[in-house]
Design a protein around this ligand. Structure first.
Ligand code: NAD
Length: 511
């Protein structure tokens, strides 16, 4: 565990030891298998975690159900004050938490810190909601009647998260589920357990200080078995699942079978369109961040670049130059823009994608190799890659979670929109243009069919204030801002008769 010793200061400050208990339901425990957290820079073990068993999940569900009975009685502004304390605890640990994200997940340090900042931001947002989330007073057709909409907590929100945002995805859900009065139980990715331990430890401290049952934010680390237990259990009123489309589809069906509620945040296959009237310099900077940021491991990473044929050579030429400047290396080192892939199996997926591209007639314009020399050979490092393909090739239809950007040409703007929409996924999309007519077409009914529809910004890097999520095989869920909070609530339509008479709706006279 030499990686542990190297980063001992940060790990100890966040309460992480060489051996850890991976379940929290008011107390720390764990009766499942031992899992190792691996540093993707060199594939060395950072620390070990005794994960949860199905029995641990069962007990944790009981605990969170009990705790929520206390939490739901807090007024919403009172809940806001608890969220404020959580916000301050996270903000005070922004740098160490960001470093832990970089160490365990492999994204570069500024992105690791940015991810924790996103959690702080959504807690700010939830604090605002605690003074503003309101129902409506609806006009009644009957005299002496009032119609009111109430928003009460669903009960327990189960959060199942992916490896690539090991802090923020939980944050979006925990903050909003919590302000709406829910208890939360978290099943994180099996490859990023340390991030979930650090966050849960901070939340535990706040909850204890606030004299609330700490099981309100419970954690059960582990793999498919404990995830499946959570998904099938009726005590989890809402399952918020973030991960691949293949797993999300199964989760959605299972939750639906028991008439639970779900939010599905699944895979993307995001495109950027660059028109002939775009600012090519700005577009190329945005594309670099969208395609290479987080080493291509964001759900909103740009995977397809659709360029008007008259500016294709100019833009792709600029991109090749920009790609040459990208430093690949240890995500904790200054000046590095591209860290490693998270696991060895992601490197295999990258190699397979390269083979498929060539077999289907595509060309590699830049990159296209696993890094096998020097220090980086110990880790999961690959070259960010640019290809030239056509829209009908199979390789552009699927999400491969690596930094490969497929470029292709179009003639008319309608054709470009069709190419954007002609995939199974529907998460994020961007157009670079200076033409208002194209902008309004893009955001209108015949425009992009995605949940995120950007103009002159990249596909990634969403703000927390908007509702985040996508259509089609991306699952249809929305998280974070706007009115996403309503999904964590039971909506009541209350009609109150204060007239002393009994007039019926639609003027019905009954007896
Ligand atoms: P994954 O689907 O392999 O795993 C996600 C989670 O599901 C993990 O916690 C895993 O343990 C759990 N799981 C696996 N099988 C399960 C089962 N049968 N029942 C319940 N839980 C189960 O995904 P990943 O590789 O960790 O993440 C990458 C994927 O996530 C990409 O497809 C990416 O696009 C997607 N993603 C989407 C968003 C979004 O907001 N749309 C955000 C981040 C990541």
């Amino acid at each position: 565990l030499s990686t542990y010793d190297k980063h001992k200061d940060v790990l100890e400050a966040l309460g992480i030891s060489k051996q850890n208990k991976g379940v929290f339901d008011g107390e720390w425990k764990g009766s499942g298998s031992v899992m190792q957290s691996i540093n993707p820079v060199n594939n060395e073990v950072i620390a070990e975690v005794t994960t949860g068993s199905v029995q641990d999940m069962d007990t944790a569900l009981d605990k969170v159900v009990e705790a929520q009975k206390i939490w739901r009685e807090y007024t919403i502004p009172q809940r806001g004050q608890v969220l404020l304390a959580m916000r301050n605890a996270l903000a005070a640990n922004l740098q160490p938490l960001g470093k832990l994200v970089a160490l365990e997940m492999g994204k570069i340090l500024p992105e690791g810190v940015g991810e924790v900042q996103e959690y702080v931001d959504v807690l700010d947002y939830a604090l605002g909601l605690s003074r503003s989330m309101s129902g409506s007073f609806i006009p009644s057709e009957r005299p002496g009647h009032a119609m009111i909409e109430t928003w009460n907590p669903l009960g327990v929100t189960g959060v199942i998260s992916a490896f690539n945002f090991p802090v923020a995805v939980y944050g979006w859900n925990q903050a909003i589920a919590f302000v709406t009065g829910n208890g939360v139980i978290w099943k994180p990715s099996p490859t990023t357990p340390l991030c979930s331990l650090a966050i849960t430890t901070l939340l535990e401290k706040v909850l204890r200080e606030q004299n609330l049952p700490p099981s309100l934010c419970s954690l059960v680390t582990g793999g498919t078995e404990v995830g499946h237990k959570l998904v099938t259990d009726k005590r989890a009123n809402l399952i918020s699942f973030t991960g691949s489309t293949a797993v999300g589809k199964k989760v959605g069906i299972t939750v639906q079978e028991r008439f639970g509620k779900h939010i599905l945040e699944l895979g993307g296959n995001n495109a950027i369109i660059v028109t002939e009237d775009a600012d090519i310099e700005m577009a190329s900077r945005a594309i670099l961040f969208a395609a290479v940021g987080t080493a291509g491991q964001r759900c909103t990473t740009a995977r397809r670049l659709i360029v008007q044929e008259s500016v294709y050579d100019k833009l792709v030429g600029k991109l090749k130059e920009a790609y040459k400047q990208v430093k690949v290396g240890d995500p904790l080192d200054q000046g590095i823009l591209c860290g490693p892939l998270h696991t060895k199996s992601a490197v295999e997926a990258y190699e397979k994608a390269l083979k498929d591209i060539k077999a289907q007639g595509g060309d590699i314009l830049y990159g296209g190799a696993v890094i096998k020399d020097g220090e980086l050979a110990k880790g999961n490092f690959v070259m960010p890659t640019l290809t030239s393909v056509t829209a009908d090739m199979d390789v552009v239809k699927n999400e491969v979670f690596v930094p490969i950007l497929h470029t292709m040409k179009y003639k008319t703007f309608d054709e470009a929109i069709h190419m954007n929409n002609n995939v199974a996924q529907g998460l994020s999309s961007s157009v670079f243009t200076s033409d208002p007519a194209k902008i309004f077409k893009w955001i209108g009914p015949a425009g992009s069919d995605c949940g995120i529809i950007n103009v002159n910004i990249p596909t990634n890097g969403a703000e927390i204030g908007g509702a985040f999520g996508g259509e089609k095989e991306t699952g249809g869920g929305r998280e974070s801002g706007s009115d996403s909070w309503k999904q964590y609530c039971r909506r009541g339509t209350c009609t109150i008769n204060y007239s002393g008479q009994l007039p019926l709706a639609q003027g019905i006279n009954f007896g």
